[in-house]
Ligand binder design. Sequence first.
Ligand code: FE
Length: 197
Amino acid sequence: MATTTLNELYVDKLKDLYSAEQQILKALPKMTKAAAHADLQNAFETHRRQTETHVQRLDQIFDELGKSAHGKTCQGIKGIIEEGSELMKEEKDSPALDAGLIAGAQSVEHYEMAGYGSARTWAEQLGFTEQAQLLQQTLEEERETDQLLTNLAEQSANPDAMTGSVDADSELADMPRPRAKPRGAARKETRRPAEDR
Ligand code: FE
C-alpha cells in the first residue's frame, strides 16, 4: 500500500519535471536573446543543450516504467517563467536586466533541484537504482548551472546593474551589442537619483 503511494508520487513528480523541462526548453532561447552579456548568453545556450539531455534521461525512465511522460503541466515552473517574461518586458534595455534574468534562472534551477532531489531519493527507496543515478546526474548539472549563474552575477551582471552600464571593456562582455544606445540612455537615468542624494 505504502509502496503503491510512493510509486504514484514518483511518477507524478517525473511528469512534473518533464513538463518543467519542456517549458524551460522554450523559455531559454528567449532569455538568451534578451541577455546583454555574452557569457550569460553562452550559459543559457549551454543549459538549453543540457536540458535536451535532461529530457532524454526522463524519456528513458518513462520507457523503463512503461508510463507516459505527458498529462501534467508544471504550474510552479509556469509561474517562474511568467515572472521572467514580465521582467524581460519591464527591464528591457535596463542595465539591471541581466541581474534579474539570472535571479529568475536561479529560481528555475532551485525548483528543479528540489524536484530532482525528491525524485532521486524516491527512486533509490523504490529500488530503481539506475533511474536514481540518471536523476542524480541531472541534479548535479542543475547545481553546476546554479553555481555558474552565481559567478556570472557576482562578476559581471550585478556590478553592471550597480554602475548602470555594461562594461564594454570587460572580457565578459566581448560581443557586439545591438542595444548599446538604449543602455547608455538607461545609464544616465539610473545615475540621476544617485546625484540627488
Ligand atoms: Fe535547469
